[in-house]
Structures are given as C-alpha cells and as structure tokens.
Design a protein around this ligand. Structure first.
Ligand code: NAI
Ligand code: 13P
Length: 341
C-alpha cells in the first residue's frame, strides 16, 4: 500500500504552527504536500525562506513541500485535504472550499475545538454544509507542533468511520522512526477530547499560576478526564477513547507543559493578568478561551455536570475571581469517586 500511495499528494489548509508541522511530516515521508494559508504575505515568506520562521524557526522544508497561494489550485492538486485552521474560522473555510472540492475529495481535520457560539462538533458543521458525500477523518492527540516538526517521537489518534480511508492516511503519515498514528472509529470521542482538554489546561494553568502545587494540578487532570468522558458518553463516544491519545494523552500533555498556549494562558490569569493581556502575550490561537463558552453550552444542552468547565467559564466570562473558583471546586459536596457528577 505504501508504494501505491507514494506519489499521492496531500493538501494542508492552514499555515500556522500545526498546519506547517503536519505538512512537514507528510513531505518528510516523501509525499508531494501542498500548503495553503489565507495570509498571502506570510505564504510568500514561507516560499522565500523555505521555513516557517514565525512558528517553527530553523526547520527547513523538505523539497516535496510546495507553498500554494491559490486555494483553488491547492484543492484541485490533491484528493485528500487536511484542514488545520482555528476552530473559530472552521465553518468559513468549509464554505470557501465547498465550490472548489473535487468529486473524489476526502477531508481530514486537525483543528481542536467546537463551532464558535453553537458548541457543535466540527463534523456536524461539515455535514451541514457538504452533506455526507465526502469521507471524513479527524486527527487529534498529544502533539506539540514544534516537537513534531523537529522529528521528536510523537503519537496521535486518527478517527474515521471509513476504515479504508483511515488506513490510507495512517500509512502516509505514520513513520516508524518518530510518528506513530493509531486509528479508531470514534470520531465524536476524538473531537471532544481535543476540544475540551484545552479548557481543563486553562484550569491547570490557573492553578499553577496561583501557586497551587502538583497535587492540585493532578487532581484537575484526573477530574478533568472524568468530566470530559461524561460529556463524551452522553454524545455517543466510546469510553476507551478518553484513555487514549486524544483523551488522557493530550490532556496530560497540555496540562503539564508550558509549550501549551492554553496552559500558559491560564498561568497568566492565575498570576493576575487579564485575559486580553494573556492573549496578546501569547500571540497565537488559544482555542480553550472561547471554547470554554462552547463546552459549557454543550454540557448544558446535554444536561451533563462539568464542575471544572463551569468554574473556568465563571472566571473567563462572569468575572469570578480565580481563587473563589478554586474554593468552589474544593467546597463541592462530598462525592463517590465514580459517581456521575
Ligand atoms: N500548535 C500545536 O501544537 C497544535 C495545534 N493544534 C490545533 O491546530 C489548529 C490551528 O492551530 P495552530 O496552527 O497552532 O495556530 P497558530 O496560532 O499557530 O496559527 C493559526 C493560523 O491560522 C490562520 N488563520 C486564521 N484565520 C484563517 C482563515 N480564515 N483561513 C485560513 N487560515 C486562517 C492564521 O493565519 C495562522 O497562520 C488549532 O485548532 C489548534 O488547536 C492541534 C495540535 C497541536
Ligand atoms: O493541542 C496541542 C497539543 O496537542 C497544543 O496545545 P495548545 O493549543 O494549548 O498549545
């Protein structure tokens, strides 16, 4: 299968840190890879410098990575289209590509988040706009862009209800030297794990920023996966997904390492900076900021109790003091560890 696919191109939409990193991973495996972004000036720099100096300095693009400024050409060049744009523009980008898609196009996305304002899963956004004609897959897991681009050992989950498609994508991106790709068919679980871990990571950052210790951080991670799982099960996800790469894997990564923008955002809040100051300082997408609102909305719609998400929502959008939020979590009524709340 590897040989048959060797010359099959792939197109990546979104030239931020992760889109560039995934494009590098595909092109390192020898596949012609087209990288498109919406900022023509940024794309020109990528083409001239053969690096993404803004996000991934000192990593030279393989020759098979082609910068493509035309969205139409980028879509026409490959059957497989990988979207790596922030969640707040996901629906707009789907609308943009809709008239350009090939009849045999297949879509993959590595965006982590829920639809802005509605809190819907991104697969629902795609199906609403494009119907059910195109095979779909979602990539998610503990994968900092810089480490992946530097070729450091990394593992990720790829979910699709089309096994043949999942196997083909797995073959093309999996690399026995440094990038392991695990496939499963739980698209709902993989999307939710990736979206809601960002919210919990903000909480872990706040906790550390306030000087709470390793015990508090670990409790947040453990109770965090419990509430993500509850939400996931209510939507039809499989429980084991939340113990995998897109669940616990990504949650631990993002809650514990300062490469995470969501964690750093929380750290600054815990140290007394405002949300706007923290966002300006980070200067990149902080998915969990808005997605706290959407996760909160989704939990309410599903009738699922998510105490950590609730408190972070109160801090970010209702003016609650972070210390009061922590006290509210500690002061909850006594529970059995595996209760449904
Ligand atoms: N950076 C990382 O380590 C990882 C990021 N992700 C996910 O990848 C997605 C993208 O994040 P990053 O690449 O990290 O963001 P980034 O902040 O590095 O870059 C965002 C990029 O999106 C582009 N963009 C903004 N509006 C756009 C539009 N309308 N059309 C096309 N492009 C647009 C910007 O020009 C920018 O290049 C997010 O959902 C994030 O959660 C997932 C795994 C790892
Ligand atoms: O999703 C990520 C790693 O898996 C990146 O996390 P941040 O968006 O918090 O930087």
């Amino acid at each position: 299968m590897t040989t048959a696919l060797t010359n099959t191109p792939i197109t990546v939409l979104g030239a931020g840190s992760f889109g560039t990193s995934l494009a590098i991973a595909f092109s390192r495996n020898g596949y012609p890879t087209y990288l498109w972004g919406h900022d023509q000036h940024h794309l020109q720099r990528l083409a001239d410098e053969r690096q993404n100096n803004q996000f991934l300095p000192d990593i030279t693009f393989p020759d098979s990575l082609i910068i493509e400024p035309s969205l139409r050409k980028a879509i026409q060049a490959s059957r497989d289209i990988l979207l790596v744009v922030p969640s707040h523009v996901f629906g707009d980008v789907i609308a943009q590509i809709k008239p350009l898609l090939r009849d045999d196009s297949r879509l993959i996305w590595a965006t982590k988040g829920l639809e802005r304002d509605s809190g819907r899963l991104l697969q629902t956004v795609i199906k609403e706009q494009l119907g059910s004609h195109y095979p779909l897959a979602v990539l998610s897991g503990p994968t900092f862009a810089k480490e992946l681009a530097n070729g450091l050992p990394t593992a990720i989950a790829l979910a699709s209800d089309n096994l043949q498609f999942a196997r083909e994508v797995q073959t093309r991106i999996h690399c026995s030297k440094n990038f392991r790709v695990y496939i499963n068919n739980d698209m709902i679980g993989v999307q939710l794990g990736g979206a809601v871990k960002n919210v919990i990571a903000i909480g872990a950052g706040i906790s550390d920023g306030m000087g709470f210790g390793a015990n508090a951080r670990t409790a947040l991670i453990t109770r965090g996966i419990a509430e993500i799982t509850r939400l996931g099960l209510s939507l039809g996800a499989q429980p084991e997904t939340f113990m995998g790469m897109a669940g616990l894997g990504d949650l631990v990564l993002t809650c514990t390492d300062n490469q995470s923008r969501n964690r750093r955002f929380g750290l600054m809040l815990g140290q007394g900076f405002s949300a706007q100051q923290a966002l300006d300082n980070i200067g990149q997408v902080v998915e969990g900021f808005y997605n706290t609102k959407e996760a909160h909305l989704l939990a309410q719609r599903q009738g699922i109790e998510m105490p950590i998400t609730e408190q972070i929502y109160q801090v970010l959008f209702c003016g609650k003091d972070a210390r009061d939020a922590a006290l509210a979590l500690l002061g909850r009524e006594r529970k059995e560890e595996y209760s449904k709340e």
